[in-house]
Design a protein around this ligand. Structure first.
Ligand code: FE
Ligand code: FE
Ligand code: MG
Length: 152
């Protein structure tokens, strides 16, 4: 993966800042899905748990892609997990209520937030940084799929 960026036409530090928020969100989404899969109760809980577990692994893969790109751009991913929440745009989403409807609704909000973050990254990088643009597009497609899965 190349690192070439048309720096004169793009604010790289702004991009790294948004990627950092995305990175923190991916770890939090991973944990939210991972734990939600264990706690979920209600109709079809076995099938829902399997889907949440799959989503967890996909969120972790997103964290890998975003971290790699932050490093390539000369930034540093958040080193302290306690800072993840401060870096991310969305609010609380701990799976404190294990009822399947509540859990899925929380996860849908998280996906909608992720979708808007990756759209922002695509807007920042369109025709300026095709590498980051393609990373964001690939992740966005999977976040849309996640949201559709949860809605159904
Ligand atoms: Fe994700
Ligand atoms: Fe997702
Ligand atoms: Mg799915």
């Amino acid at each position: 993966m190349g690192t070439r960026v048309a720096r004169s036409r793009m604010d790289v530090s702004k991009l790294v800042e948004v990627l950092t928020a995305a990175y923190a969100s991916e770890w939090l989404a991973y944990y939210q899905y991972w734990l939600g899969a264990k706690l979920v109760r209600g109709a079809d809980e076995g099938r829902v748990a399997a889907e949440l577990t799959l989503h967890a692994t996909e969120e972790l893969a997103h964290a890998v892609l975003v971290a790699d790109r932050i490093i390539q751009l000369g930034g540093a991913p958040v080193t302290q997990p306690r800072d993840w929440r401060a870096s991310r745009p969305a609010s609380t989403d701990a799976p404190d209520d294990p009822w399947v409807g509540t859990l899925l609704d929380q996860n849908i909000v998280g996906e909608q937030c992720a979708i808007s973050v990756y759209k922002d990254i695509m807007d920042l990088t369109r025709e300026k940084d095709p590498v980051t643009y393609n990373v964001a597009l690939g992740i966005l497609q999977q976040e849309v799929e996640h949201e559709e899965d949860l809605q159904s």
